[in-house]
Write a protein that binds this ligand. Structure first.
Ligand SMILES: NC(=O)c1ccc[n+]([C@@H]2O[C@H](COP(=O)([O-])OP(=O)(O)OC[C@H]3O[C@@H](n4cnc5c(N)ncnc54)[C@H](OP(=O)(O)O)[C@@H]3O)[C@@H](O)[C@H]2O)c1
Length: 294
């Protein structure tokens, strides 16, 4: 299944409460947006949205993806908690960002580099990884091999509460620090399915996204390369709708690939000829402009 959610938005229940929506529209199987379609703009909500934005907590939020995405989501109007094993470590980064100074840090394979930008009105705070249990949308954004321990630690607090979990971990993305060696052959072949199986909480709605987007391309002003703004999304429809709006709200475009059954095709770090050819084919025939590291 392939398609997009351009123009399709999350819904909330008549009582205006988060997580009590009507059935989301069936996922569109239509073509991605024509390149001439104007983006609604950073921080612009759907005309259909009647409920509050979800609160977000980013587990592993002081890392490369974490700092860039927390800044981008806060700039788009979301209430974001940058979570860490050390709240003080996150607080220092949050303080810099809230002061409008951006944030710079040399890291493996490059730098965390959020340029200075006004942060008036940003709802960004620091927290511990345990604080993530309070958020509507919990982001698994540390290395795959450490993510389950973080999630397991908050499992008793979130069980049965209908959380949304955005999993951006890549078990197969090889890194100089040794992470990324993959998964045992005798289980699910995607990180998100492993996490879902281990958590075993039917109330959770799972979504995978951002798995192939290089951290340094995510800026509070939108994609660093505006010509390649597309991000693959897959998972449970309610969570896909929420994260599709999130992606649009910070200046990118969601391309929905399907449910969790397609996860292993869309995690980062598993190059294959068919994947590359499929991306090229969809780029030329459907106008997709995936951001897959450039
Ligand atoms: N880098 C990319 O461009 C990219 C793109 C798409 C998806 N991803 C995926 O996103 C996830 C994060 O990638 P990243 O590059 O942002 O990672 P990263 O910068 O290496 O680390 C993220 C954070 O994880 C925490 N962490 C490190 N070691 C830990 C440990 N042993 N136990 C618990 N937490 C630990 C650290 O936060 P604290 O010290 O504050 O706790 C660190 O800041 C990975 O699963 C990766 O595959 C990355």
């Amino acid at each position: 299944m392939s398609g997009e959610l351009w123009g399709e938005w999350p819904k909330w229940g008549d009582d205006g409460r988060w997580g009590k929506w009507g059935q989301p529209k069936e996922q569109s199987l239509t073509q991605p947006p024509a390149q001439s379609t104007p983006h609604p703009g950073i921080g612009v909500r759907s005309p259909n949205a009647t409920g509050p934005l979800p609160t977000i907590a980013f587990i592993g939020g002081t890392g490369r993806m974490g700092v860039h995405l927390c800044a981008a989501w806060a700039a788009a109007g979301y209430d974001v908690t940058m979570c860490s094993r050390s709240k003080e470590k996150a607080q220092k980064i949050v303080d810099e960002l809230l002061a409008g100074r951006g944030y710079e840090e040399k890291v493996m394979q490059g730098a965390i580099s959020v340029p200075p930008c006004p942060a008036d009105g940003w709802k960004l705070r620091a927290g511990t990884n345990d604080d993530a249990a309070d958020a509507d949308l919990i982001v698994l954004g540390t290395v795959y091999e450490q993510a389950w321990a973080m999630l397991e630690a908050i499992a008793p607090k979130i069980r049965g509460k209908g959380k949304l979990i955005l999993d951006m971990t890549n078990p197969f993305l090889k890194r100089p620090d040794g992470y990324g060696s993959g998964l045992p052959a005798d289980g699910p072949q995607s990180g998100i399915e492993v996490h879902k199986q281990r958590l075993a909480d039917d109330s959770v709605r799972w979504v995978g996204a951002y798995k192939s987007v290089l951290w340094s391309l995510v800026l509070p002003t939108g994609p660093k390369n505006p010509d390649r703004p597309d991000i693959e999304v897959f998972g449970d429809p309610e969570a896909v709708a929420v994260v599709s709006e999130l992606i649009l709200m910070h200046g990118w475009r969601p391309v929905v690939r399907g449910g969790l059954e397609v996860a292993s095709d869309h995690e980062g770090g598993i190059p294959s000829l068919s994947k590359i050819m499929g991306n090229i084919y969809r780029e030329f025939t459907l106008g997709e402009k995936l951001s897959v590291g450039w």
